[in-house]
Design a protein around this ligand. Structure first.
Ligand SMILES: [Zn+2]
Length: 257
């Protein structure tokens, strides 16, 4: 069993109408959620990092600065990850995908063993400058510490969750399972946590707003930035099925308001 702390590390503030129809051009503040996991034997781990000062440093100049314009970020001083977490106590970090709002604090942390999808990691490292910008990847924020691959862990089919596909067993006891939820990016991951209060599934950017699970389709410009539209819909369908069959599971998207 894990103890979980849900942290908000900044906000992404796109014009509302890019996410929710009929909300106009006013900015809609979407939280950037990060999970701090406390494992009884292995210690504290982070799932994603949110925005950090490193993001502002990395986007000072063009063309990277465009990433601030497209989805204006906000970070109150008290929201900084390094103020919410005692970084010297961290044992490791897991990453859902490599967009700046998920790894924007990585350079502000001490070097940590960092678990990633090896396939996604190799893919995003190969992106050229233009492709990186186009797919909103900022290599200055990429982890530089010791990289470990989820692919090296056992990946059973979990009873009752077979339709999610194999889930990597992060700590070897089933308390944290990493599922592939592709679409938003090709190798996008979700983290299933067994907590004292029941299962909690951090689904990252598999959807932005919960009404997408009821069939509401994202407005067009936002729909276009999905890397693989078909996989994105298949992932949504799996999460719909999960909500139907396992209503006790708490689903938590990174940015849901
Ligand atoms: Zn993302």
């Amino acid at each position: 069993m894990l103890r979980i702390h849900e942290l908000v590390v900044g906000q992404a503030c796109p014009p509302g109408r890019l996410v929710r129809r009929g909300t106009g051009w006013r900015p809609l503040a979407l939280p950037v959620r990060v999970f701090l996991l406390e494992h009884p034997d292995y210690g504290q781990f982070l799932w994603d990092t949110g925005y950090g000062p490193a993001f502002w440093r990395a986007t000072r100049w063009f063309p990277a600065r465009l990433l601030r314009w497209l989805i204006p970020p906000r970070l109150r001083p008290e929201e900084q990850l390094t103020r919410q977490v005692r970084v010297e106590q961290l044992a490791g970090l897991g990453i859902s995908h490599f967009h700046p709002d998920h790894i924007g604090s990585v350079p502000d942390l001490p070097p940590l063993p960092t678990w990633v999808s090896g396939r996604e990691w190799r893919r995003v490292q190969r992106l050229g400058p233009w492709q990186s910008l186009h797919t909103a990847h900022l290599k200055a924020l990429f982890p530089r510490g010791e990289i470990r691959f989820f692919e090296d862990l056992p990946a059973p089919l979990w009873p009752g969750l077979e339709f999610l596909g194999p889930g990597w067993d992060w700590f070897g006891d089933g308390s944290a399972r990493i599922f592939q939820l592709p679409g938003h990016t090709r190798g996008h991951l979700g983290l299933w946590m067994e907590t004292l209060a029941g299962p909690l599934f951090a689904v990252g950017d598999a959807y932005y707003v919960p009404e997408q699970l009821d069939g509401v389709v994202l407005p067009v410009p936002t729909r276009w930035v999905v890397e693989d539209a078909r996989a994105y819909q298949e992932t949504l369908d799996k999460l719909k099925r999960l909500r139907r069959e396992r209503p006790e599971v708490v689903l938590r998207a990174c940015h849901e308001p």
